[in-house]
Design a protein around this ligand. Structure first.
Ligand SMILES: C[S@@+](CC[C@H](N)C(=O)[O-])C[C@H]1O[C@@H](n2cnc3c(N)ncnc32)[C@H](O)[C@@H]1O
Length: 347
């Protein structure tokens, strides 16, 4: 395992979706009170470590934290070469395996290729493109705040998102996919390591136009899509797909038997999504082994309901994990696996 840089950094810099900063800080106060907020900009919050020295810097319970690095400080200067030299002085020598150069605000149109080249020249690291890394790799991070101001830090790759520059899923929506929900589900499967297996059955609540169902079909599952709106013909005509054109709450309890996976992606209040999920996983005769649910947040302050929602999932007999996916909007993806045989709803 390559050794850490000589200066480890006294701050954690956490990237999040623009707008999610307050939600991230609120989660931090609940689950990681050992650190204190130092500064924030759109898409990034910095925390002072103080005497807290975590063994690793990945805190999945923070939910809104896309990636986390040890921040060493910022560099400015009149040219990329000058800033790269300043970055080298800050980060020092270490067995860097890769460079992750990413924009603080992913929407900012800053060309990172020249920055990568300047840093790559100093560190003799490949600078050709955004490279993904492997668990264990020691990574030098350059967060581009603006073209002439970079923050320098580092992290050791461990979880799948920590292998991606800025924690952003490095896959573009392939051609022929019905909706961006295909990509969201693809990111969730990779992030959580969801063990979908051919021949299993899945039901999706809120299925139209059908990108997520398409991804489930590609994994070899038999799929039922529940939605009053019609799904795209490419999904609707698949021989392992069936659509029930109705609202989730109108599906009869007996019809909910026999599914391995319950997926939900409805554009309704998260409390209503939770009610539909409860019906689906607690129906008599159910053998659901996992839930993959998108909880839409009508406003950011609804993030305060998240602990209550996760606690509800526990009472159904599941272990939940939550994360705001990089390909999603103002929403949280909840992935939960069955741990106990639950009591079920009355018929
Ligand atoms: C974000 S879209 C779903 C995208 C879809 N998962 C995909 O893969 O393309 C939200 C969908 O939820 C559906 N919806 C809203 N309320 C619903 C309900 N009560 N029951 C079922 N579907 C619902 C809407 O009709 C809409 O098609």
């Amino acid at each position: 395992m390559p050794s850490a840089p000589p200066t480890r950094g006294d701050f954690l810099l956490m990237a999040c979706q623009g707008g999610a900063e307050a939600a991230l800080c609120q989660r931090q106060e609940e689950v990681l009170p050992q650190i204190t907020k130092a500064a924030w900009r759109r898409g990034a919050v910095t925390f002072r470590l103080g005497s807290f020295d975590p063994a690793e810097d990945f805190f999945p319970d923070l939910v809104f934290n896309r990636t986390c690095i040890r921040s060493l400080g910022q560099v400015t200067g009149t040219s990329d070469a000058q800033r790269a030299a300043a970055a080298a002085a800050l980060a020092g020598k270490a067995e860097w395996k890769a460079l992750h150069v990413w924009n603080r605000d992913p929407r900012a149109e800053i060309d990172r290729q020249l920055i990568r080249a300047a840093l790559g020249a100093v560190y003799e690291l490949p600078a050709a493109a955004d490279t993904t890394s492997a668990p264990g790799d020691l990574i030098l991070d350059c967060i581009v705040d603006s073209p002439d101001r970079w923050w320098i830090g580092w992290h050791r790759a461990a979880t799948p998102p920590s292998c991606w520059p800025g924690g952003v899923y490095p896959v573009a929506l392939p051609e022929g996919k019905v909706s961006r929900a295909w990509l969201k589900l693809d990111e969730a499967i990779t992030t959580f390591g969801i063990p979908l297996a051919a021949g299993q059955r899945a039901i999706e609540l809120g299925a139209s136009p059908g990108g997520a169902c398409q991804r489930l079909l590609e994994a070899g599952l038999d799929v039922v899509g529940v939605d009053p709106a019609l799904v795209d013909e490419r999904v609707g005509s698949h021989q392992r797909f069936e659509q029930w054109r109705m609202r989730a709450r109108d599906v009869r309890l007996t019809a909910l038997r026999g599914f391995h996976w319950v997926v939900a992606d409805m554009n309704i209040d998260p409390t209503s999504t939770m009610e539909s999920l409860e019906r689906a996983v607690m129906a008599p005769g159910t053998r659901v082994q996992g839930i993959i649910a998108t909880l839409k947040l009508p406003t950011w302050d609804r993030a305060t309901d998240l602990p209550k929602f996760l606690e509800q999932v526990v009472t159904w007999g599941f272990t939940p994990h939550a994360r705001q996916l990089s390909t999603g909007g103002r929403e949280v993806c909840v992935w939960a696996t069955r741990v106990t045989t639950p009591r079920t709803l009355a018929r």
